[in-house]
Ligand binder design. Structure first.
Ligand code: DC
Length: 235
């Protein structure tokens, strides 16, 4: 019998619905939830507070690597209401600004930063298992995961979701800027030399463009070996 804990890797581009899906799958299966993007965002937030921006020279990169090594990031609460703190300060909302999103994409391309985050992610999830979402979870962090899902959606649908999310949070979002930022991030995340975004070997590709969140969650849960889930197509 396989005694390893259940580990579900959910990778995919921004706006594909990874977070919402991963949270709900974690609740459904009673597993911990790990948002690895929040770890890169936390590095970006501290970097921006230190006056570092997207144009990083050698000293700037070294400073970011140091921030990553010293990062004291913690997750608390159940998957639906998870809070993120850094050095004891609740930064859950601060991690979601467009400026932090942009810088997170830049700092996550630095190999030493990735190495440090990957080490921590393995430490956090290896013992308990869980639903882990990110860009490299199935390809690099947990290639032996119980289930690897590559969750994607059309670029238009992804822009629409990001835009709606920003507006719902009261951010004065401009459609064209959201679209341009997403194109830029997609390009950087998928063309960086270290761990570019791509489906892992053996990953199941789920396109959420025309599915509701409940349908995506049902589809993912149905793919977990040994778990019986309701057929999403039956009422
Ligand atoms: O999923 P997200 O938007 O919160 O991720 C923030 C940034 O971090 C994004 O540009 C991709 C990057 N990231 C990564 O490189 N590897 C991960 N495992 C998770 C996120």
């Amino acid at each position: 019998m396989d005694a390893r804990p259940i580990l579900i890797a959910i990778d995919g581009p921004a706006g594909a619905g990874k977070s919402a899906t991963a949270r709900e799958v974690a609740v459904r299966l009673g597993l911990p939830y790990l948002d690895t993007g929040a770890m890169y965002r936390a590095v970006a937030l501290l970097a921006s507070r230190s006056g570092l921006g997207s144009e990083l020279d050698g000293a700037g990169r070294a400073a970011v690597v140091e921030i990553a090594r010293r990062l004291d990031v913690r997750f608390s609460g159940d998957p639906r209401r998870q809070r993120v703190s850094v050095g004891g300060e609740d930064v859950t909302e601060a991690l979601r600004t467009p400026a932090v999103s942009r810088l997170a994409s830049v700092v996550s391309a630095i190999p030493e930063v990735r190495r440090e985050m990957v080490r921590r992610q393995r430490e956090l999830a290896a013992r308990t298992g869980g639903v882990v979402e990110g860009r490299d979870i199935g390809t690099v962090v947990f290639p032996d995961a119980t289930l690897k899902v590559f969750l994607t959606a059309s670029p238009e649908v992804r822009v629409r979701r990001r835009y709606d999310e920003l507006v719902a949070r009261g951010v004065a979002a401009v459609w064209e800027s959201v679209a341009a930022e997403q194109r830029e991030r997609d390009l950087r995340d998928s063309t960086r030399p270290d761990s570019p975004l791509r489906p892992a070997e053996g990953a199941v590709i789920v396109d959420s463009s025309r599915l509701s969140l409940a349908q995506v969650v049902d589809a993912v849960v149905a793919l977990v070996p040994g778990v019986c889930a309701p057929n999403p197509l039956t009422p």
